[in-house]
Design a protein around this ligand. Structure first.
Ligand SMILES: NC(=O)C1=CN([C@@H]2O[C@H](COP(=O)(O)OP(=O)(O)OC[C@H]3O[C@@H](n4cnc5c(N)ncnc54)[C@H](OP(=O)(O)O)[C@@H]3O)[C@@H](O)[C@H]2O)C=CC1
Ligand SMILES: CC(C)(CO)C(=O)C(=O)O
Length: 301
């Protein structure tokens, strides 16, 4: 299958490495510098301290015209609006399929207006870290879950699930809301804590004091979001945290690089739900403002 990946960041480059084993992949980047380096030097993929260098197809996003059967949007949630505007203005991808892999649930409100025959959403449970424009480290193995948001063509999703890529499984989920909600809880617990404390994911489980807050935040968020099976959901969050223990969460990396974070799509969403349900959410409120304060104090790109 022909697959376009918009965004040559941590997740975009990780996907390019694994998907190119079975598909024709093109990564659409926005900077000429990244294009030039990827073309000249190839992609460096690193896992467990082993590096491999490989050629990848790369192009500028301005050249994207929706020719691929599937286009994966691997950008931050707050980076979607200009991309969706370009897609709307150029009226491309009417017959194609789009897959959105953003953390949080804030982007769902934008998908209604997107002109594509099929829209899929997914969640990423891997850890990945782009350390140079052409160098990505796979820091934690996990799953990518995929679900249909709108449309009727499930073949693309089932193809992705059926064609096994070693160490990089895809699974199909029936209910996109439940899938995104479960991942939202993971990100609402792990990302703001790691970003506020400036620690790798694993430290939240290792340090008993951080683990105490981890549990308290989980309890609050799972109540606000009316999670029925709290015990299993807690193990799910803990398990992803353990599997990505070496990872600096995407929110922490955003702060490291003075970029805006996805806090609005993550804890902002939880706070909105708490207000709707007239509930108090002091941990969520505090961590929301801690991260907003760090964004404010440390400058934005
Ligand atoms: N990294 C991780 O371990 C995980 C990330 N996620 C989620 O995956 C999503 C992607 O995250 P991640 O890969 O880490 O983010 P990154 O910030 O590493 O990558 C985003 C990339 O998108 C590029 N981009 C932004 N706008 C455009 C555009 N208009 N055209 C082309 N490229 C564009 C950026 O380009 P430029 O470099 O030029 O700014 C950047 O390379 C997020 O929602 C994140 O929360 C989920 C699980 C784990
Ligand atoms: C899975 C996890 C928690 C990995 O760090 C993530 O989703 C993120 O960093 O955004």
């Amino acid at each position: 299958m022909k697959i376009g990946i918009i965004g040559g960041g941590s997740i975009g480059l990780l996907l390019a490495h694994y998907l190119k084993k079975h598909h024709q992949v093109c990564v659409y980047v926005r900077s000429k510098r990244q294009l030039d380096v990827l073309e000249a030097e190839g992609l460096i993929f690193e896992k467990d301290k082993n590096c491999i260098k490989e050629a990848i197809n790369v192009s500028l996003f301005s050249k994207w015209n929706g020719e691929e059967e599937l286009t994966i949007l691997a950008v931050k949630q707050y980076q979607l609006p200009p991309i969706l505007e370009k897609m709307a203005a150029s009226n491309t991808n009417v017959g194609g399929s789009l897959l959105f892999l953003q953390n949080g649930m804030g982007h769902l409100k934008w998908l209604e207006g997107v002109n594509a025959k099929n829209i899929f959403v997914g969640t990423v449970e891997h850890g990945a870290n782009k350390v140079a424009v052409n160098h990505v480290i796979h820091t934690g193995e996990g799953l990518i879950k995929l679900a249909l948001y709108r449309g009727d063509n499930l073949t693309i999703l089932t193809d992705m699930v059926k064609i096994p890529v070693e160490n990089f499984p895809f699974i199909f989920e029936e209910d996109y809301q439940e899938m995104l909600l479960n991942k939202l809880i993971v990100n609402a617990v792990i990302n703001p804590l790691t970003a506020a404390l400036n620690v790798n994911n694993g430290m939240l489980l290792e340090n008993p004091h951080y683990y105490y807050i981890f549990k308290e935040i989980f309890n609050e968020i799972s109540s606000v979001l009316s999670i029925v099976d709290k015990e299993n959901t807690f193990y799910y969050v803990e398990n992803i945290c353990r599997k990505t223990s070496l990872n600096r969460s995407s929110m922490l990396k955003d702060l490291d690089e003075n970029r805006p974070t996805e806090i609005d799509a993550i804890l902002g969403y939880v706070i909105e739900k708490a207000r709707e349900g007239q509930m108090n959410a002091p941990f969520s409120e505090s961590f929301y403002h801690l991260i907003k304060g760090k964004e404010y104090g440390e400058g934005r790109k």
